[in-house]
Design a protein around this ligand. Sequence first.
Ligand SMILES: [Zn+2]
Length: 574
Amino acid sequence: VTGLCLAVAELTTTAESTGFSRTGRYEEAVRICTELEDAHRGRARCTRFGLTPEGRPMVAVVASADGVLDPQAAKAKKRPVVLFQGGIHAGEIDGKDAGFWAVRELLEGKSTPKANPLTAVTAVFVPVFNIDGHERFGPNNRPNQVGPEEMGWRTTGQNLNLNRDYAKAESPEMQAMLALLEAWDPIVYMDLHVTDGAQFQHDVAVMVEPANVGPDPLRSAGRKLRDELMKKLEATGHQPLTFYPSFRKRDDPSSGFEVGIAPPRFSAAYWSLRNRFGMLVETHSWKDYKTRVKATYDTILGVLELAARDGTRWRSAAESADKMKLAGQDFPLVYDATDKARTIKFQGYAYVREPSEVSGAIRVRYDPSKPEIWNIPLHADLKVVSSVRAPRAGYLVPAAHAGWVAEKLKIHGVVFERLEAARLGLPVGVFRATEAAMRADSYEGLQMLSVKGAWAPEKHDIRAGALYVPVNQPRGRLAIHLFEPTGPDSFLSWGFFNAAFERKEYMEDYVAEDVARVMMEKDPALKAEFQKKLATEPDFAKSADQRLNFFVRRHPSWDDRYRLYPVYRVDTKP
Ligand SMILES: [Zn+2]
């Protein structure tokens, strides 16, 4: 065996050497990462960027034909960087084998007939993001997927879903990933998955943002990127989609599809809020492993080629979005597809819907031997269903919460200042929740909270050590999502402020009885209001608690911080 043959064998994945029937263990990913560096000194580097809770190294391959192999060099050269990751859901492992294949061929100069994109772009490839999940290896981890024979598990060793963890950034793996992203600042961040869902002919879906929503000119550049990528994929024999192919109504193909705008707990949505392209790639689970890996491989190459041509323009569009002033502007938090739809010709299969003696419901049975065109609706028209007016200056995080919030903001690269001196009687906007509902079940190990209410002006004493977070900053969009209490992935929504919504001090009933009498004696209007409520509201009249509470809530001993969101807004920099 010659050295060259050995090198080639070592750089080949288990997937390639088994005709894509199997995929390798994580040990192989670390080994190939190292050996790519050894085989291509000065053009490839294997970097460790973290350690999983189970003690495994998190590795990334960095590849550049002209030696731009570290974040400092990339920054100095204004180099477009494309970061792609496999195995955030480790059972959906196409990205690992496709990425190694693509990077190896690019380094060997084999993959593309034209100029090597690595002369203009630095590729950063994380073969497996959810590593501990990847090593929970077995044949039954993906019941809706064809191959490989064995694969990893969806969630981490701590049973957390990394693709719900971007905004809250709780897992060690996510904190390591966000540091990697912060260092490299990739203009495109591709997250490589395999979908579930119905059976049909299309083999890959690529969702890009900003493209449907987001700031221009980044959004129009995103649309162009998406549309050109679609053409490239079609030219290489794929049937790509630009929307996530899950039916509007479960198990009902005739209900069609919709374009969705995800909240920033998800990879692509998160990265797009940082004014860079977030890209969700979903190969279709009912295609065999080889077909899926090839679709992912072609998507990676297509994006690298487009980045080599347009990456510098994308970067300047991103920089102009970073400079946009958000203060005082309307800011959309949640979008939804409207009822407006157009009919698309979707490459489906013949299917029947028939009563099932198993479920007692209607079952769907697809016949993949009979390709069929479905004329079904696509709801691509979007509307804003929740928005806020951004503060005129920024957010103020009181000292009590400054410690942990500062740590989160650093992880996200959100800029803030610490107040050196106290500000007494500072005019601020406050959010007092009129309704606050915690989810009964835990979600990702947390108890989510949803609130209703509005911002209103008050004056508060602010202690030294509070954080001031301006909204006019490159991470302003993300900051608004993290701090607006009604944002779907705000710190409040994730339950980080739940204690502020718990009642902590009480008045004994026998004390309230006396207090009520004194209050009515002093205030005849209050007495009249109470008596009117007794006469007109039967539920109130029947409830001893509500009747006493009527007075307790109006008494000076009532906790004025109960249900006060402990983050304020300011119109001027304090
Ligand atoms: Zn997935």
